[in-house]
Design a protein around this ligand. Structure first.
Ligand SMILES: NC(=O)c1ccc[n+]([C@@H]2O[C@H](COP(=O)([O-])OP(=O)(O)OC[C@H]3O[C@@H](n4cnc5c(N)ncnc54)[C@H](OP(=O)(O)O)[C@@H]3O)[C@@H](O)[C@H]2O)c1
Length: 331
């Protein structure tokens, strides 16, 4: 019987997060007539299993012995949180990754997918940033501890593959998403990323009949955004690629794969699109006294394209489902 015909036992770490919950939606498609058996998904909340606790993680893996692991648990946050809690960001992320990768290996897990972030690339990397830009320059100082932990996660997967790939048949892979948005996002007024923050601002302005919405910065920086359901589909695609194809397109010490939309938009264009989706009809102004950040941040997703996957959810369509999620979240 092939692997495809055996129901896989899959552990999704971080299943209540934006990405982890999208991976579960992706793994459990509504099509019940599929010849592939529905996988058995295993999850633990943070309260049930603190992934920074090495013994607890070892015990969990020895008891459950999953076939596959999606590592979507992490301590994540914006600039303010990264600047205020750098010790928490590096320590907790290093611990979670190290505990999970080693415990998975010792429990006989053959396949694991680690989720990193495009912040692993140097601050001044040429655009679009390809996988080969890794470790070629200095990182952005505000999230350096987080980025170092993510780079360590890639190197953990690669090192276990190099030492145990042949002898134990393990195959641990990494994906580096661009900025994500979509259902399950954090719409907190102070701590959210640009898309959920704009959704909230334009929604509140619409309700209050505000004549203008002011957006920070000049509006000219370019950014790339990917819907989280596209990201989840890419994760499942990369996890299930056959080994020969994966190895043809990667190197043992440069094995990570970028996951992006493939193009970027200006913050001005983004603000216009969000205002249309929300139905705000007032004016948009830009506060040029506020910092812009890097002029452009785009990742090169051609490696993933050559591996047979491309994103499918356009920004306007993705923003519409995200706005619906915001309205349903009661925020
Ligand atoms: N969102 C983005 O734009 C984006 C972009 C690039 C990369 N990524 C990557 O994608 C991955 C998932 O991100 P996300 O946006 O889904 O984050 P998220 O919504 O914050 O989810 C992270 C999950 O990890 C759990 N977790 C954190 N610490 C834990 C611990 N010590 N023990 C057990 N569980 C713990 C959290 O549970 P609690 O909330 O209960 O602590 C949460 O469910 C991360 O690796 C991130 O770097 C995200």
């Amino acid at each position: 019987m092939t692997d495809q015909m055996t129901a896989q036992k899959i552990y999704v770490a971080g299943h209540r997060g934006m990405v982890g919950s999208a991976i579960i939606r992706q793994l459990l498609p509504p099509n019940t007539h599929s010849p592939i058996p529905t996988p058995r998904i295993i999850t633990r909340t943070h309260d049930e299993l603190d992934l920074t606790n090495q013994q607890a993680v070892r015990d969990f893996f020895q008891t459950e012995k999953p076939d596959q692991v999606y590592l979507a648990a992490a301590k994540v946050g914006g600039i303010h949180a990264n600047n205020t809690y750098p010790a928490d960001f590096i320590y907790q992320n290093l611990m979670m990754e190290s505990n999970i990768v080693d415990a998975a290996f010792n429990a006989g897990v053959k396949k694991l997918l680690f989720l990193g972030s495009s912040c692993i690339y140097p601050k001044h990397a040429s655009q679009p940033m390809s996988e080969s830009a890794l470790l070629t320059g200095t990182l952005e100082p505000t999230n350096e501890p987080y980025a170092i932990a993510k780079i360590a996660g890639i190197k953990l997967c690669e090192s276990y593959n190099r030492q145990y790939g042949k002898s134990h048949g393990i195959d641990y892979r990494s994906v580096m998403p661009t900025n994500l948005y979509g259902p399950g996002d954090n719409y907190h007024p102070q701590n959210s990323h640009v898309i959920p923050a704009l959704i909230r601002r334009f929604h509140e302005a619409k309700i209050n009949n505000d004549p203008t919405v002011t957006v920070w910065g000049s509006g000219t920086p370019r950014r790339e955004f990917l819907h989280v359901d596209d990201m989840a589909a890419a994760c499942v695609h990369v996890m299930n690629l056959d080994k020969a194809t994966y190895e043809q397109h990667t190197e043992p010490m440069q094995s990570h794969i970028n996951v992006g939309w493939g193009d970027d938009v200006t913050i001005h264009e983004l603000a216009e699109t969000v205002s249309q989706v929300v139905g705000y009809t007032g004016k948009i102004e830009f506060d040029t006294s506020k910092p812009d950040g890097s002029p452009r941040k785009l990742i090169d997703s051609s490696r993933l394209k050559s591996l047979g996957w491309e994103a499918a959810i356009p920004l306007q369509e993705g923003l519409a489902t995200t706005y619906e999620d915001f309205l349903n979240s009661g925020e």
